[in-house]
Design a protein around this ligand. Structure first.
Ligand code: ADP
Ligand code: MG
Length: 413
């Protein structure tokens, strides 16, 4: 993909936007972009630099994302609404073409990494509660204040707020390469004075941090090497997080695509093409909350002998949530592909019903009371009828998602 129209190759120390941003290390990548930790010389802070592939359709997608991120930033001047902040954007010319770049506030690991780090065992309910409150705050803002549907909510697109200064933790921040190859990053801008200064400062800080490394808490980044200390190490970690990746967002009154969302987090009305609204994000939120608690995806449909992935998806939904009301089942443009006129699946006839509260106890060994409370919170969100699903605002007021403090203030009202 590193060819004309594709990704832009970045080397540590490369300057961007006239030298304002200096690339530090790669943070991640998506289908359309690579994302880099960069140092912002203007604000003396770290940022995430998302560099889009250069071909026309990717530039178009970046402009789309910038439109939605800008709207989200404009309506949240205090930056408290749990949505990633767009700081700046610009074009960068490279050997593969012109790349649109987005400068975003620097965040930490995704919830997917958190789940992996915890070895797919699921997180403690208090942690999940904290995460859910942030995600719901973000969704409530997007939906109610902006009229925006995210359309691709999933653990990968929710990032923990990084409370760790990347300068202070070399493993987490990737400053180790700077130590290993002290000269390796001086080539970008021909050694501008700003750059040299920053490099020196970074190296000094990184050295100091390395001296401290032995006392360091288990770093989240060592995902693959998660040890028996895992549970303990999550204890001190603040679970605040933010919603990212607005590449698929749309306005509720101006939709672009019929097929939205990542497969496992896709709402039934999207599969059946019966029209959708904000409540598709609530469905994905429900799937995500379950995954945080159990470490397993709620729905992982597979194509089978004589039936496709969509039909399997509908079948496993009904095995958990009961039979889909006939009116809903036959009401979509694609309904005839999967359902007969009685509202039964055409190719998958025998369903094994295993309701949510039982599943949580029997398979995931949650204590009865916790399972019951969580199932009571989650079940209405996984309602087949989209208009019956609670809004993000309503979920925030549900006793399950409230912390002790807000429960108390509610009672006092
Ligand atoms: P794409 O639209 O190409 O999927 P994303 O916006 O999802 O791109 O970003 C790709 C990856 O880059 C994310 O999964 C995450 O690992 C990392 N990333 C994105 N934004 C940030 C950020 N603000 N801070 C830290 N890492 C980020
Ligand atoms: Mg993504």
């Amino acid at each position: 993909s590193y060819r004309k129209g594709g990704y832009h190759a970045v080397r540590i120390g490369d300057p961007f936007s006239g030298g304002r941003y200096i690339a530090q290390r790669k943070l991640g990548w998506g289908q359309f972009s690579t994302v880099w930790l960069a140092y912002d010389t203007l604000s003396s802070s770290y940022v995430a630099l998302k560099i889009q592939k250069s071909a026309q359709q990717f530039a178009q997608a970046a402009l789309h994302e910038i439109e939605f991120l800008s709207a989200a930033a404009d309506g949240d001047l205090q930056n408290t609404k749990c949505v990633v902040r767009l700081i700046d954007h610009f074009k960068h010319a490279g050997p593969n073409g012109q790349h649109l770049c987005m400068v975003l506030e620097f965040l930490g690991d995704s919830l997917l990494r958190l789940i992996r780090y915890n070895r797919y065992k699921g997180l403690k309910l208090d942690k999940v509660r904290e995460i859910c409150r942030c995600v719901l705050t973000g969704l409530d803002y997007l939906h109610r204040e902006l009229g925006m549907i995210h359309s691709d909510l999933k653990p990968e697109n929710i990032l923990l707020c990084s409370t760790i200064d990347p300068c202070k933790d070399p493993v987490r921040s990737g400053l180790t390469p700077l130590l290993e190859k002290p000269e390796g990053n001086a080539n970008g801008g021909g050694g501008s004075s700003t750059m040299n200064l920053i490099e020196k400062k970074l190296k000094r800080r990184a050295k100091r941090a390395v001296a401290k490394i032995s006392e360091r808490r288990v770093s989240m980044v060592g995902g693959e090497e998660a040890s028996s200390k895992t549970e303990k190490s999550l204890d001190g970690i603040d679970m605040r997080c933010k919603v990212v990746d607005f590449g698929n967002a749309c306005w509720a009154d101006k939709q672009f695509a019929e097929e939205i969302q990542t497969r496992q987090y896709r709402a039934p009305e999207v599969i059946l093409q019966s029209g959708y609204s904000f409540s598709v994000d609530m469905w994905s939120f429900g799937c995500t909350a379950f995954e945080l608690v159990t470490g397993d995806m709620l729905f992982a449909p597979k194509e089978g002998n004589g039936y496709g992935e969509d039909e399997d998806h509908l079948a496993i939904m009904m095995e958990l949530l009961g039979k889909m009301p006939r009116k809903i089942a036959i009401g979509g443009a694609r309904s005839k592909d999967y359902f007969d006129r009685h509202g039964d699946l055409k190719r998958i006839r025998r369903l094994k019903y295993w309701p949510l509260d039982r599943l949580l106890v029997d398979k995931y060994k949650l204590p009865e009371a916790e399972a019951k409370e969580f199932a009571e919170f989650l079940s209405p969100i996984l309602e087949f009828a989209p208009e019956k699903r609670p809004t993000a605002q309503q979920c925030l007021k549900h006793p399950w998602s409230m912390d002790e403090c807000s429960k108390y203030t509610e009672q006092c009202r």
